[in-house]
Design a protein around this ligand. Structure first.
Ligand code: 5AD
Length: 473
């Protein structure tokens, strides 16, 4: 059995802990046996905050809990265990969870058996300090400790909180079957952790070192997903394109996933510009199943700021990469992440970001004010010296700019026909479907005779900054 530990345990090989699994393996399940004896089968509600990786981890948690005889529920009122799967990337992500916990504590006062767990990045970040802020929390569990969830549920029956905060380079959960929501798009984690050490970023400290899941396992996963009816696979990793399983790189993985019979689309998020290798670009250019769409986080258009962020590329190198991508894949849609108000960012630095965004014209962008995170390299080495109102002004300026650009780009799609994978009813109108185009644009159109999971050609007749509206042609 794995030891509960407060300290990082680094294991060099995946196989190292293959026989220390706490969870019943599929063969055990077939025999109707579980290795863990549950004192009590629980009804667990998992609430997810933050990025897609967290959404994927929640599916993993559901898999671990179900395999050990617990049940996940979709209505929080039915639950006797509530797990918040949290984010730590910016301060407001943590504030949201603290507020939510206070609300849940009201319920706990009425239902003393209710178990409240904080899982994920914020748990790993705040550790036992979280219990000082919210002493009614029963479980504090970081992203590498989910295998211990059933054990934690047993342990808290005694009334003591359970802390699972070991980071484990050997943990890839490759043997666990996540429980996914039905649909046409499946998220598949191919890599965990991050080795990049961008100075602003908390991720390496809360998700540990980078590790990739072997390609043959991923290929089997994808074959299973196709059998289950999924049409689109989104490969997930913190810096997804630095994937390397010791034998195969990211480009090889893309090719081999795209070759799985029955797959319609392959996407991935989020790559790091420094790892945009020839092998990745080749797969994007030449595999018809790999979508011509790339989320390529820029962070800043100023080289001195990028240097302070330790992004390992200059603004010029980023510009050249975009040029190359557009030469090779002319229809490519690009989106990005930008941080304003990073330590020492001058007006001139900010202008460079603004100008580069004007020049590149991303299809869309996620834009953030820099948020100083305890434990990061920037927090230790640099001054968070851009005043809050200035951060807000800069953020508003680029949001306005990007909204214009997104609207203009979408406008150019009017009159064209785009292939859309039908996902489900549109949120506003049951007579309409919504889906994503090949370049990941949200598209809405009347249903006609199309079925969910079909790829239909939609002629676009109008557009907003965020949506294309059309008709099946
Ligand atoms: N402050 C603001 N934004 C951040 N991001 C990461 N760390 C921070 C931080 N400390 C942004 C980056 C990253 C995205 C996921 O979140 O733009 O690409």
């Amino acid at each position: 059995m794995k030891q509960k530990s407060e300290f990082p345990i680094y294991k060099p090989e995946y196989q190292d802990h293959a026989d220390s699994r706490l969870i019943a393996q599929p063969s055990d399940m077939r025999m109707g046996a579980t290795k863990i004896k549950n004192r009590m089968a629980r009804k667990v509600f998992i609430e997810t905050y933050g990025c897609q990786m967290n959404a994927s981890d929640s599916e993993l948690m559901a898999g671990i809990l179900t395999q050990s005889g617990h049940q996940t529920v979709t209505d929080i009122e039915d639950a006797d265990v509530i797990l918040l799967n949290t984010c730590a990337i910016r301060e407001n992500a943590e504030t949201k969870v603290i507020n939510r916990l206070e609300h849940l504590n009201h319920r706990k006062r009425r239902e003393s058996n209710l178990v409240i767990g904080v899982c994920g990045c914020m748990a790993q970040h705040l550790r036992d300090k979280l219990l000082e802020a919210a002493p009614y929390v029963d479980i504090v569990m970081g992203p590498d400790a989910y295998r211990n969830l059933p054990m934690a549920l047993n342990a808290v029956v005694s009334g003591d909180p359970y802390l699972g905060l070991q980071l484990d380079k050997g943990e890839d959960y490759a043997d666990i079957s996540p429980i996914r929501k039905e649909g046409i798009r499946a998220w598949l984690t191919i890599q965990r952790g991050c080795d990049k050490m961008c100075t602003f970023c908390i991720v390496p400290f809360v998700r540990g070192r980078e590790r990739s899941i072997p390609l043959n396992i991923l290929k089997d996963d994808v074959e299973r997903l196709v059998d289950e009816g999924f049409k689109e696979i989104v490969l997930l990793g913190q810096t997804v394109n630095s994937y390397h399983d010791g034998k195969h790189d990211f480009g090889e993985l893309l090719w081999s996933i795209a070759e799985v019979e029955g797959i319609e689309r392959v996407r991935f998020t989020s790559p790091h510009p420094a790892d945009a290798t020839e092998s990745m670009i080749d797969a994007m250019e030449n595999s018809p199943k790999v979508c011509k769409q790339l989320h390529l986080p820029l962070q800043s258009g100023s080289t001195p700021v990028l240097e302070r962020m330790r992004r390992t590329y200059t603004a010029e190198e980023y510009r050249k990469l975009v040029q190359k991508l557009r030469e090779r894949i002319p229809q490519i849609a690009l989106s990005t992440d930008v941080i304003v108000g990073f330590c020492g960012e001058t007006e001139e630095d900010f202008d460079k970001t603004h100008t580069l965004m004007e020049e590149i014209r991303f299809d869309s962008a996620f834009m953030f004010k820099y948020s100083d995170r305890d434990g990061t390299l920037a927090n230790k080495m640099l001054d968070d010296d851009v005043p809050e109102p200035e951060k807000s002004r800069r953020l508003n300026e680029i949001i306005t700019l990007q909204e214009h650009i997104s609207a203009e780009i979408n406008q150019t799609k009017v009159g064209t026909t785009v292939p859309v994978l039908v996902e489900g009813n549109s949120r506003r109108d049951n007579e309409q479907y919504h889906g994503k185009s090949d370049t990941f644009k949200s598209t809405v159109f009347p249903k006609e005779n199309a079925q969910i999971g079909d790829i239909v050609n939609v002629e676009i007749h109008s557009a907003t900054a965020h949506t294309l509206i059309g008709q099946i042609s």
